[in-house]
Design a protein around this ligand. Structure first.
Ligand SMILES: Cc1ncc(C[n+]2csc(CCOP(=O)(O)OP(=O)(O)O)c2C)c(N)n1
Length: 651
């Protein structure tokens, strides 16, 4: 039998299939997703759960005239398969392959680039309004999970949608899961809608009440039964959304293709803002993922037969990842310090807080996908004498910039920010790289920022942060450390004190975080070629070790800074500013880091090499800098480095 998927180059091809064929197509899509993700890794559970939903949307609506906006976008694989990308699907998340998220540059069917939760409703509403202005009859459809619905911005969108009464379709894909089990009052509410407990409880209470009234009881009961259907609609389902001005429709079984299609076709005729509540199962159709949807939420390559995750270097327990070291050290400190509170924004496992949540359940908070709330909640805790540790991926803390600024740093509150996934994260790509945090944090007064070079230094930084009386952040990468020996008693580091790692008179390399060891290795190679390098591990992005940096810079006069962050406003910028303030006009300085562009998806090592922040890149530029003296006409590549002879300060 020929594959049905082979016949689908375009969503319009779906309309040639009958009901039974569409069901078979869903099976083929599921199989394709499973086979591919088992090899490439990726977001499995969410995609398996959204297959019928995706087919039904593409069948019932008219894309790309109608706009479909995927929230987060991690569940858009079936959409990619139906919109002309099936032949490239094997390149999913690979370097130069197709992205794991919707990308406008990849396809006209991808209406909006996403990766961060909660944005779909606002974007869809904006498009709907633009369509009204242009007189375009196309529909705007946001598809959002129950986890992402906990993001405040989703409610900001709903608030306006209900207010302006715009034609907008919001499909709530409810699988009761965020990455872990969804949490919070909204989740409980959706759950009650789903199970109908609310309605049943009401009905039972009503029945009891009516039966207690002797003469009217029976007929009233008959009446009540008849009224039950309308009562259901009138009183209970979707009340919250109805109150916000949306028309609520559901819940609908998200795996019954016929129901979905019929509902969507009817919905197309309705006006105003609609919320369609669809119930799906995360991991649907693959038993290991149905059993453990969190494990397969974002999964490395695995064996389809057994579900066993293939052992790569990342799965080895030794050395541990920075995330693991964070979780372990925080538990150690929390045993002695009962004021330590851990907060995650729906990333309990990703931020290494599983153990903490088990051991200190009363001091652990998963506050949902609500980074802004997490930070201000921490500010409140800190004001009352607790020691909150907010563990958030660097990319997601971007959302809470104002809270870090206003609610924590302006008030000089002792909140600890644990910024996981700092730097290049790999296959998740530009929406997830943590390449901006040096720049968006460094200029905020009162904030101390540390970046560990290895696991052992990291442990002491966590201790330092806990003991620091003001706001403090530490930023660490998505990876294993170098296997540094751990276990010395935890101690506090001196704030703003850098570490001199080696001495040499030809060039000064000042490095921070993940680039420190590559800098050291580059220095060792330079030495073999007769070039002597001094290497300083800055440890602190802020405050800098002014004395040490200035002393060595004025002595060597040739400085290379290295960082895994955008160059603008980053670590090298901080060093430049320092030298400019000190009138160091005769120092030649170059900076290695990420240029003014978004970094694509791909393996971490490959991208670090491409952007010249690995050992080879550092070696090459350091060598060039030393040789430039002998070959003055030599010019380096301008995109990645800048060579500046600093102007004399007019003062
Ligand atoms: C602002 C932000 N914080 C955290 C995340 C990490 N994240 C990715 S998917 C996800 C869970 C989303 O749950 P839901 O919307 O219900 O989708 P499901 O995977 O269950 O289909 C989280 C927390 C994110 N993408 N964006």
């Amino acid at each position: 039998m020929t594959k049905l998927l082979d016949q689908i180059d375009h969503p319009h091809d779906l309309k040639k299939l009958d009901g039974e064929e569409l069901v078979r197509l869903c099976e083929e899509i599921r199989e394709m997703i499973l086979t591919t993700v088992s090899k490439t890794g990726g977001h499995l559970s969410s995609n398996l759960g959204a297959v019928e939903l995706t087919v039904a949307i593409h069948y019932a609506f008219d894309l790309p005239r109608d706009k479909l906006i995927w929230d987060v976008g991690h569940q858009s694989y079936a959409h990619k398969l139906l919109t002309g990308r099936k032949n490239r699907f094997h390149t999913l998340r690979q370097y130069e392959g197709i992205s794991g998220f919707p990308k406008r540059e990849e396809s006209p069917y991808d209406a909006f680039d996403s990766g961060h939760s909660g944005t779909s409703i606002s974007a869809a509403l904006g498009m709907a309004e633009a369509k009204r202005h242009k007189g375009d009859a196309g529909r705007s459809i946001a598809i959002i999970g129950d986890g992402s619905m906990t993001a405040g911005v989703a409610f900001e969108g709903l608030n306006q949608a209900g207010h302006i009464d715009q034609d907008l379709i919001v499909i709530l894909n409810d699988n009761e899961m965020s990455i872990s089990r969804n949490v919070g009052a909204l989740s409980s509410y959706l759950n009650r809608l789903m199970t109908g407990q609310f309605i049943n409880r009401f009905r039972d209470e009503m029945k009891e009440f009516l039966e207690t009234i002797p003469s009217v009881g029976k007929s009233a009961l008959r009446f009540a039964k008849k009224a039950e259907e309308s009562l259901k609609g009138l009183l209970m389902p979707g009340l919250l959304f109805e109150e916000l001005g949306m028309k609520y429709i559901g819940p609908i079984d998200g795996h019954r293709l016929d129901h979905l299609i019929e509902n969507f076709q009817n919905i197309k005729k309705l006006k105003g803002p609609l919320l369609i509540h669809v119930i799906t199962k995360k991991g649907k159709g693959y038993e290991p993922a149905e059993r453990n949807p969190s494990l397969y939420h974002s999964v490395p390559p695995f064996d389809i037969k057994t579900g066993e995750i293939r052992k790569g270097p990342e799965q080895d327990k030794t050395p541990p990842t920075f995330t693991e070291v964070f979780g372990e050290t925080l538990c150690q400190l929390a045993t002695e310090n009962r004021r330590i509170i851990a907060i995650t924004a729906a990333m309990q496992s990703g931020t290494g807080l599983e153990e903490f949540s088990r051991r200190f359940p009363d001091r652990f908070y998963d506050i949902g996908i609500a980074e802004q709330h997490a930070v201000t909640f921490a500010a409140g805790l800190a004001l009352e004498g607790m020691k909150p540790v907010v563990a958030i991926y660097s990319t997601f803390l971007q959302r809470a910039y104002d809270q870090v600024h206003q609610d924590v740093c302006l008030q000089n509150l002792p909140v600890v920010f644990a910024l996981d996934r700092g730097g290049i994260v790999g296959e998740d790509g530009p929406t997830h790289h943590g390449l901006f945090d040096y720049s968006y944090l460094r200029h905020i007064p009162n904030l101390v920022i540390m970046v560990p070079k290895d696991e052992e230094e990291f442990r002491h930084m966590i201790k330092t942060a806990i003991e620091h009386p003001g706001p403090v952040a530490f930023r660490y990468p998505r990876s294993k450390g170098i296997g540094a020996k751990r276990g010395t008693p935890l101690r506090s580091l001196e704030i703003g004190k850098a570490e001199l790692l080696r001495e040499g008179e030809d060039i000064l390399i000042i490095s921070i975080g993940s680039t420190v060891y590559p800098s050291l290795h580059a220095a060792q190679r330079l030495e073999k070629g007769g070039i002597e390098a001094t290497v300083i591990n800055s440890r602190f992005l802020k405050p800098l070790d002014v004395d040490l940096l200035c002393r060595w810079a004025t002595r060597i006069k040739r400085v290379l800074t290295v960082e895994e962050n955008v160059l603008m406003g980053g670590f090298g910028s901080a060093v430049l500013e320092l030298f400019q303030e000190r009138n160091f006009s005769s120092i030649s300085i170059r900076r290695l880091g990420i240029p003014d562009s978004f970094v694509e998806h791909g393996p971490q090592a490959l991208l670090r090499e491409k952007y010249g922040i690995d050992e080879n890149g550092i070696f090459r530029v350091a060598k060039e800098m030393v040789e430039e003296v002998r070959l003055p006409s030599f010019h380096s590549k301008p995109a990645l480095t800048s060579s500046v002879d600093l102007p004399q300060n007019p003062e």
